[in-house]
Design a protein around this ligand. Structure first.
Ligand SMILES: [Zn+2]
Length: 58
């Protein structure tokens, strides 16, 4: 079972979405995307926890 997330879930006007086989990999994609596309937003453990609450099983 794969997991998916949309950047728009975080009130971002951003079309990015990611689907990966597991949550750990998904978080890596979101971290990279946050750092590259949403500067100067910081990637923090707290943000990672918020991201996890939006992860959907697909
Ligand atoms: Zn985005």
């Amino acid at each position: 079972m794969a997991v998916s997330i949309r950047c728009a879930d975080f009130n971002n006007d951003c079309p990015a979405q990611f689907t990966t086989p597991d949550e750990g990999e998904l978080l890596q994609h979101v971290e990279l995307h946050t750092k590259s596309a949403h500067q100067p937003m910081d990637w923090t453990p707290e943000l990672a926890e918020v991201v996890k609450t939006h992860v959907r099983q697909v």
